[in-house]
Design a protein around this ligand. Sequence first.
Ligand code: PLP
Length: 219
Amino acid sequence: MTIETSHYASATRRVQPSAIRELFSLLSRPDVISLAGGFPSAAALDLNGLRGATERALILSVATALQYGNSEGYEPLRELIAQRAKTKGMKLDASDLLITTGSQQAIDLITRVLVDPGDRVAVEAPTYLGALQAFQFQGADLQAVPADHEGVRVEELEAMVVQHRPKLLYLIPNFANPTGYVMSLRRRKQVLALAKTHRFFIVEDDAYGELYFRDPPPP
Ligand SMILES: Cc1ncc(COP(=O)(O)O)c(C=O)c1O
């Protein structure tokens, strides 16, 4: 039997061509230096650090390093992340954490846990394409809210929330992709107050919060 598009599950039929995938296939060409994707220079990758860490993990325990483990992720790593989060004023324990292979997998899992087809998902505009694709795959009804240099615009957000009652709001408060904007503390507090009043979830994608030259972004 030949597979045709009509055989695909409805979620797969919703998949759109990915600009990111197109971009990454161009990046493998030696004659292209692209500044369009978040593609680190190979020279900036910590080869020695990674090699040392891999060696230590293998020497310490091959069984732990190469064997299946908890679905939640390696316990000492979860402890370490919880400790770091506490230094930033976040109240969480290792048992609250799930290790993923990156932000993208986390966004995908959160979407599958919280969003039914037709549920409204609010995003600031413009935002990260990969997140939009995860929401679209799940059949979310996307609601875009404009953002400026202080982050998502609260008046427009409130009007949208009152009218459309989104299930969740996806934000990149620190060095947003693609604008690079940092959301002000004032806006953070306003958005939090809105979420409490109107009872929607906030998904914070903090892919870049630790990459800054001068002042750290607000909490
Ligand atoms: C805002 C944002 N979130 C998530 C990702 C994907 O991150 P990861 O590679 O950790 O899945 C990116 C990558 O460009 C991004 O810019």
